[in-house]
Ligand binder design. Sequence first.
Ligand code: NAD
Ligand code: ZN
Length: 247
Amino acid sequence: MDKRVERAADLIRQARHAIAFTGSGISAESGIPTYRGAGGVWHKYDPAKYASIDYFLKDPSYWWRFFRELRGPLLQKARPNQGHLALARLEAEGHLPAVITQNIDGLHQAAGSRNVIELHGTARRTSCMDCGTAFPIDEILPILDREIPPRCPRCEGNLRPSVILFGEALPPDALEKADHETRAADLVIVVGSSLAVYPAASIPEMAKTNGAGLIIVNVDPTPMDSVADVVFHNSAGTVLPQIVARI
Ligand code: NAD
Ligand code: ZN
């Protein structure tokens, strides 16, 4: 592994515009189960219901019950791990202008990354579908203990999570920023993503087509391993700090 760590560090040092593309795997060591991987709360509820905008509009209480269970592992207990911290350090040292993430947990920001593009929204905010006010999730969590679905503290209207559900378009501003970063990138560091979910997975693909280098850090193999410059089938919290230490 030492040679590969050295090679990855070289690629990052030489890059003019490196970006990271992250998925749920980077948060696994923070105690948040990946969706396809472990069991836990994801599988106690039906994704056809909690992940669908049509079902949310029909029966919002299902989503809020699911979320009441998820809030512990996803929001309240989770702290950034060595993987998040390593990426934040790369940014602080001028080696990583952007992180594009599929995660909704806010842990990149908690680790100190400043330019984080959230393709699937965030579980840390909600907004009112009636008056449009946005609320930090901390203001809504206590309401869940007395009423589900919770009502807007301002107008009693219907609240929704600021995560993107199936059946919804990805947020145009995030997509545009991600597109801009991807076009500018001459190196993409993929961390903790199976690269199986489209259109998000098209980001490393597009960068590669543009001639960018590719580093993959993912426990399981991905469809892009064969075209990557360096591949680690190890955990993010082990590999990323080693790479950063050599830069
Ligand atoms: P995914 O398909 O991108 O797979 C996760 C990958 O992470 C797997 O291939 C696995 O090998 C790898 N992995 C697991 N532990 C790792 C570690 N410690 N270090 C490096 N790699 C590791 O993601 P998914 O779980 O199928 O999720 C699909 C979508 O669901 C995500 O894109 C996201 O929107 C949402 N989701 C978000 C969170 C979160 O915010 N933390 C958690 C679960 C799911
Ligand atoms: Zn309202």
